[in-house]
Design a protein around this ligand. Structure first.
Ligand code: MN
Length: 207
């Protein structure tokens, strides 16, 4: 049975950048529903018994029933994506990446600011509900991508694993920012904890 990642901050801790009601609703309603639906689907899919969520999302084609496969894609994706999103947010966010990730960002994008600009543009341009991603592979390369709905890079190839995901569903920002996704994205960087992203990068790469 999968469980939502526990938050090590309160729902109002990210104010004024992300408001309390948005955080409360996002975590206790949206994320919880994805998680409950994923757990219910698992009871119909013995092929995934005991498997990690990474394995499940990389092996959706093992489910022959298309309705059940869609449930794993949407709710399994929603479970995984929000675990990453909520874990990387912090009221005590480190504003710059460290160590090997910092070096790789400099060699790939020129500067942290340039990476943030490219990720922000990708997130702004994602049409409708979806995500913008920064992913890595075993060699430590970095890739920016976007996805619709609750899809993510694990579903696309075996190579890439996300280390940072920006939720651009309206439920992530509409209560406070209304239609102004751009303002939400500016605020997102204020609470994105690069210490977490850097640690995840180190755990996934061979550096
Ligand atoms: Mn969301």
């Amino acid at each position: 049975m999968f469980k939502q990642i526990p938050l090590d901050y309160s729902f109002d801790a990210l104010e004024p950048f992300i408001d309390e009601l948005t955080m409360f609703t996002h975590y206790t309603k949206h994320h919880r529903a994805y998680t409950d639906n994923l757990n219910a689907a698992l009871e119909k899919a013995p092929v995934f018994a005991g498997r990690s969520i990474d394995y499940i999302l990389r092996n959706l084609d093992k489910i022959e029933d298309s309705t059940l496969r869609t449930t794993f894609r949407n709710d399994g994706g929603g479970f995984y994506n929000h675990n990453l999103y909520f874990w990387t947010l912090s009221p005590r966010a480190k504003k710059v990446p460290t160590g090997a990730l910092h070096e790789k960002i400099l060699s790939t994008f020129g500067s942290v600011e340039h990476l943030k600009e490219q990720l922000t543009s990708a997130a702004e341009e994602q049409f409708g509900s979806g995500w913008a991603w920064l992913s890595t592979n075993a060699s430590g390369d970095l890739q920016i991508s976007t996805s619709s709905n609750q899809d993510n890079p694990l579903m696309v190839s075996d190579e890439w694993t996300p280390i940072l995901g920006i939720d651009v569903w309206e439920h992530a920002y509409y209560l406070k920012y209304k239609n102004l996704r751009e303002d939400y994205l500016k605020a997102f960087w204020e609470v994105l904890d690069w210490a977490k992203v850097s640690a995840l990068y180190n755990s996934l790469t061979n550096n």
